[in-house]
Design a protein around this ligand. Structure first.
Ligand SMILES: [Zn+2]
Length: 290
């Protein structure tokens, strides 16, 4: 028992990114930090979990990198990966919605803006989901709403915790009211999930806005955020024009939200795994060692 506990504790360390691990980062590329202006090797940035090695700026992550670095190595099993958007309104602006989706699929290599997976966190089975912000700004249409809903349905079925990493510009306007409906649908799924007594941990990353912020992202039993993430419903300019007042510095950033009691804690990316494993340990006890 003692040994098991120690082994479990040891595995709480931040995920290791091995030098020889296959990555999508070509060697020799440099990445410029928009916060401190320093250039770092792209590989070095990747090893720092996509943060700036000089100032700690948290860059946006792809959904796949996010979940594969969050879950125990080799445990990620994708769910509902075959879902892709229809075009229910035959919507066209300067380009048809269908063409926009196809272009995003080709450019990003994902079928839509959300990756859903089962996996383990320090030997604890859970369901995890992450937004792919590069896919039409991480907007929530029917597919994203369905996959978020399935995350909670899977959590209910498997009686395990759910962790969701949000990064979204909000509802997908091209799907009109069907995209707004996802706010109610996902919230209802959380209400049903609550009956199994397992926690839902919401992690807000840069940016979490619009319909996603106004629904499941803010309904976590525990709400964590990465440093300096933009989190809000409408953007600051819209609010300033509506209320005709200047907004305070840092408005809608994680640190401001923490000061005002909107979120529970700000956790740097390198500590997210440890922090979430500990929260789950506190809320539901040790994972069963098989
Ligand atoms: Zn920097």
């Amino acid at each position: 028992m003692q040994e098991r506990h120690v082994a479990w504790f040891k595995r709480l360390a931040a995920p290791k990114v091995k030098g020889d691990q296959k990555t999508s980062v070509p060697s020799g590329l440099w990445r410029l930090c928009d916060a401190c202006g320093a250039s770092s090797l792209a590989e070095e940035v990747y090893r720092a979990l996509e943060t700036c090695p000089h100032c700690g700026r948290h860059f946006r992550m792809t959904a796949r990198n996010r979940l594969s670095l969050f879950l125990d190595e080799g445990t990620l099993v994708e769910e509902a990966g075959d879902l892709s958007s229809g075009d229910p309104l035959a919507f066209t602006d300067t380009k048809s919605y269908k063409k926009r989706v196809e272009a995003a699929q080709a450019a990003v290599g994902e079928r839509d803006a959300f990756l859903l997976a089962g996996g383990c966190l320090v030997d604890r089975p859970l369901v995890a989901g992450a937004f792919e912000f590069r896919f039409l700004g991480g907007s929530m249409g029917s597919v994203v709403g369905e996959k978020v809903t399935r995350a909670f349905e899977l959590g209910r079925e498997r009686q395990c915790p759910v962790v969701i990493f949000s990064a979204s510009g909000g509802a997908r306007m091209q799907e009109g009211i069907l995209s707004l409906m996802q706010m109610a649908k996902t919230s209802a799924a959380i209400a049903r999930f609550r009956h199994v007594g397992q926690p839902y941990i919401s992690v807000l990353t840069d940016p979490t806005t619009g319909g996603v912020a106004a629904s499941f992202a803010m309904l976590g039993d525990v709400i964590l955020a990465e440093p300096n993430a933009l989190v809000g419903f409408a953007g600051p300019r819209v609010i300033e024009q509506t209320i005709r007042q200047k907004l305070p510095d840092g408005f809608q950033r994680s640190e401001f939200l923490l000061d005002h009691g909107v979120i529970d804690q700000i956790v740097p990316r390198a500590k997210l795994r440890t922090k979430i494993a500990r929260i789950l340990q506190l809320l539901v006890g040790s994972p069963e060692v098989v």
